[in-house]
Design a protein around this ligand. Structure first.
Ligand SMILES: NC(=O)c1ccc[n+]([C@@H]2O[C@H](COP(=O)([O-])OP(=O)(O)OC[C@H]3O[C@@H](n4cnc5c(N)ncnc54)[C@H](OP(=O)(O)O)[C@@H]3O)[C@@H](O)[C@H]2O)c1
Length: 318
């Protein structure tokens, strides 16, 4: 991105950019094969996320996902540490969640964020997984404290984060309810959702009233979701949103001891390792909505911005 502004004006695909160099100890240079578009990319571009992701200088390379191969390490110490500590060497195929830089041909990454990509995915597929899977993993288990046998309601079951969330929650042995539109019901059911509520014709808070859920994970920013969650959650239950706001009169959830948790996903190697394991054991599958070459990034971002993609928009570099 060259400045803040609309996708058409502020985003420039410039493949004459100089290849970066891994200079600092602990860094690796990655030849990127694939990445993906996330809503955060156009939100940063359009200036909606200045507080969370301030940009130090332009041009700024967007992209919070990466799948590629390790081309080099910054120095021999980094190379031998990476080999010893993380079993990584030049030529390995890896994936990672980043804060920036994934929508490019090359990127310099801290080796501690790199995990060998799942052996049963293509580069294209693996490049769509890190951000949404890490987000759902942390929202469900780290913040939401979901455990086997518990009940979770995922608002936005067909969102890319929601699709990952359904699969990860089922893997953990939870009972899963979701909201989605009728056209996506068969998909979320095939991934294991036990209860499906069509958000266009039903009110989830009324449908699940008094059912003592353990966790509500809001992946769409549903209006007053925290306030309404008091009808669905048990006393002391968890509410986690990755996009919504608290609302005005929060006395109902507060009187039941339900905390409001707004969560921003953090790159985490251990979590990504477990996500890789889930993919390899077949309990977590990517869902690809569309694939675009990097040169078509404008179109890919416009499509993501509609808010109606079903799964990930992959970006391929080679
Ligand atoms: N805080 C964090 O760390 C973090 C991390 C990742 C993402 N996010 C945020 O989380 C949100 C979701 O991201 P994403 O990548 O998962 O989005 P996404 O895949 O682009 O979401 C699109 C999907 O959401 C569904 N949807 C839209 N409105 C809905 C509603 N009211 N109820 C239920 N489903 C609805 C759409 O289905 P229909 O077409 O059927 O409506 C579509 O399938 C974004 O705002 C993103 O910025 C935050």
């Amino acid at each position: 991105m060259t400045k803040y502004g609309p996708i058409k004006e502020a985003l420039k695909v410039d493949q004459s950019f100089a290849k970066p160099v891994a200079r600092q100890p602990g860094e690796a240079l990655i030849r990127i094969h694939s990445s993906s578009v996330n809503p955060v990319d156009w939100k940063i571009l359009e200036g909606h996320a200045k507080d969370l992701f301030p940009i130090e200088k332009f041009p700024h390379v967007l992209g919070m996902d990466l799948c590629g191969t390790i081309e080099s390490f910054s120095d021999s110490d980094t190379a031998s540490n990476a080999k010893a500590e993380f079993d990584l060497k030049v030529g390995d195929s890896v994936f990672a969640m980043l804060r920036k830089g994934g929508l490019a041909d090359y990127c310099v990454v801290d080796v501690k964020h790199l995990v060998k990509m799942p052996h049963n995915l293509s580069y294209m597929e693996a490049g769509t997984m890190p951000l949404v899977c890490v987000t759902s993993y942390q929202a469900l288990f780290q913040v939401g404290k979901l455990t086997k046998g518990q009940k979770v309601l995922i608002l936005g079951g067909s969102a890319a984060t929601g699709l990952a969330g359904v699969q990860l929650a089922k893997r953990a042995g939870a009972q899963v309810a979701v909201t989605c539109s009728a056209r996506n019901a068969a998909l979320v059911k095939s991934l294991g959702a036990d209860t499906i509520i069509d958000y266009r014709s039903n009110d989830w808070a009324e449908s699940l009233k008094g059912q003592d859920y353990d966790l509500v994970f809001d992946a769409v920013g549903d209006e007053n979701a925290y306030i309404r969650s008091a009808q669905v959650l048990k006393r002391g239950g968890h509410f986690v949103t990755i996009i919504g706001s608290k609302g005005d009169d929060t006395s109902a959830p507060e009187s039941k001891g339900i905390e409001f948790n707004w969560w921003l996903a953090q790159p985490n190697r251990t979590h990504l390792e477990d996500i890789k394991k889930a993919v390899e054991e077949g309990t977590l599958k990517p869902k690809i909505h569309a694939v675009y070459p990097l040169t078509d990034l404008h179109r890919a971002m416009e499509e993501n911005k509609t808010g109606h993609a079903v799964g990930k928009i992959a970006i391929t570099m080679v």
